[in-house]
Write a protein that binds this ligand. Structure first.
Ligand SMILES: NC(=O)c1ccc[n+]([C@@H]2O[C@H](COP(=O)([O-])OP(=O)(O)OC[C@H]3O[C@@H](n4cnc5c(N)ncnc54)[C@H](OP(=O)(O)O)[C@@H]3O)[C@@H](O)[C@H]2O)c1
Length: 245
């Protein structure tokens, strides 16, 4: 079975290409660096020739309001090209609880991406993952100032990128879900606690100050970003992953 992995040079995409290939599939990475641009449409028709499944793991270059245009245009172009090529399954990687956080531009953009996929002409699957372990350093850096890192106590249930890859491969090689598969890590942490655990494991002497107004996750309340009862829980624990990161 032939797969086009859009964003196949990225963090998740490159691992998905490797895993599909190892399982005996033909998996072709498509990204600007391989001559395929979802925004201009350049190289897209050729990239989808003979493709059965499109796995869309492309990401917007920014997380601000411009991300709405990125996901609108990219989905429009990708769904149209997929229909021309006779693609049978379109898969998108999204975020657990994404439609519950309209205050964040990027989450609104990902919700729009999901909506366009649902309304599109092709059978589809949405994999919603929680925040990647690998994304946490960027979160801490965002509100880091000298000796302190300010973080809210927002409840997160992060997941290892490798476990997200497994979920994406499993869904992409299956029958279209016409719905959502939620995947999450095994443990829930308040974000400030996650920061303390991480700094301690790295022997980083900065102090985490709990600040419910700091950073992008400050707008999130309650359990909207943690897994519901239907979620598939991955096996990698954050603290075990930290030992080897
Ligand atoms: N971070 C999280 O915690 C999290 C949680 C849940 C879901 N997700 C979702 O996971 C997905 C993948 O994230 P990631 O971290 O693997 O992304 P990433 O490492 O930033 O990779 C992004 C990929 O998109 C490609 N790309 C950028 N602009 C493009 C364009 N115009 N046309 C085609 N491809 C383009 C890049 O290609 P080049 O290499 O050529 O630039 C790269 O291959 C995203 O959709 C994100 O929303 C993330």
């Amino acid at each position: 079975m032939k797969f086009a992995v859009i964003g196949g040079t990225g963090r998740i995409g490159s691992q998905v290409v490797r895993k599909l290939t190892a399982a005996g599939h033909e998996a072709v990475p498509a990204a600007p660096s391989t001559g395929v641009d979802l925004i201009t449409g350049k190289g897209l028709d050729r990239a989808l020739e003979g493709v059965y499944v499109v796995v869309n793991l492309a990401n917007s270059p920014t997380f601000d309001e411009a991300s709405l245009d990125f996901f609108r245009t990219s989905m429009h172009n990708l769904l149209a090209a997929g229909e021309r090529a006779g693609v049978r399954h379109q898969v998108v990687l999204s975020i657990v609880g994404v439609d519950q956080v309209p205050q964040l531009d990027y989450y609104r953009a990902k919700t729009l991406q999901e909506d366009l996929l649902r309304q599109g002409p092709t059978p589809y699957s949405i994999v919603r993952a929680t925040q990647f372990f690998e994304f946490m350093d960027a979160v801490f850096a965002d509100t880091s100032d000298g000796d302190t890192v300010r973080l809210p106590a927002t409840r997160l249930q992060p997941i290892a990128a490798a476990d997200v890859v497994d979920a994406v491969v499993e869904v992409s090689t299956g029958t279209p879900l016409q719905g959502i598969r939620n995947v999450a890590g095994p443990d829930v942490f308040p974000l400030d606690e996650l920061g303390r655990l991480t700094l301690a494991a790295r022997h980083d002497t900065r102090t985490v100050v709990t600040d419910d107004k700091a950073g992008m996750f400050a707008v999130v309340t309650g359990d909207v970003l943690t897994a519901g009862p239907d979620a598939h829980l991955a096996s990698t624990h954050y603290q075990d992953w930290l030992q080897n990161a």
